[in-house]
Design a protein around this ligand. Sequence first.
Ligand SMILES: [Zn+2]
Length: 312
Amino acid sequence: MSTNKPMPVPTEISAPFWNGLKDGKIVIPHCTACGHWIFYPRRHCDRCFSHALEWREVSGAGQVYTYTVTRTPTLPDFADEMPQKLAVVELDEGVRINTTLVGLAEDEIRVGMRVKPVFDATGPDGATLLRFTGVDKDVVLARPDVADALPPAEAALPRRQIRVDDDAALQALVSDTFSGWSNEIVIDQALIDDFAKLSGDDYWIHTNPERARKEGPFGGTIAHGALVQVLVSRLKMPLDFEVTGFTNMLNYGSDRLRFPSPVPAGSRIHARARVKSVERIKRGVQLTMELNVHVVGAERPSVINDLVILYM
Ligand SMILES: [Zn+2]
């Protein structure tokens, strides 16, 4: 799984900092002439101009110096991180670092609050970003490859077996309440481009980021509704039942398919489902499952699909 997010490019001067993060350490330059700590990495001390610098590990303990909450992605690729909590963290050594706060609700963030580092191994080759969270928080960041795996909920759930001829048990599945959320996946521009090629729908609002940024209504490209719809196959929902005792199961199509809100390129999506109706018909049992796909964090679904499954 890739994303199009721009990643830092280590330079000769900054490489020790980025390599340190990969190892779960924060190392920053320290001036052996005057004792000053330096950040961002430079060749000389910004206080006494000495070149006698050495890299030293620090704990990463510090406090929020200032922060802001941004709701409009600077690039479409960041849509899955909205709202983003951008902050300047001041380490106890005195240096200030531009960063992102994670694992904190907006109303939990205060200037001066104590924070600790979170090593976000987000990029290919283990490229790691330095983020921060509250000292009392236990943040586990979803890695794209991990998020692609089944949610633990699904693996762990004892599934009730419901026989296809048990009408009462089938009717009891019908509910207004949705299941828990599925795993999450990222829809990046590369995936959208592949789908444009496959389907022949290469309209610029999907495939031309520059034009979509300038002329489009969404500030960037968006995924095809049909693409988001088919990706449901990769979203494993934690359903707590399975129907048994049938000879054939058919995907009989859709009673309703709507795309109520766009999925900007770079968005992370997930899905949930509910059994909308169960009907005994001449050929067997027809079960209608309402699937909703959302951009993670968005209240409004991007896809509503009333999928009809026929058990015969
Ligand atoms: Zn110095």
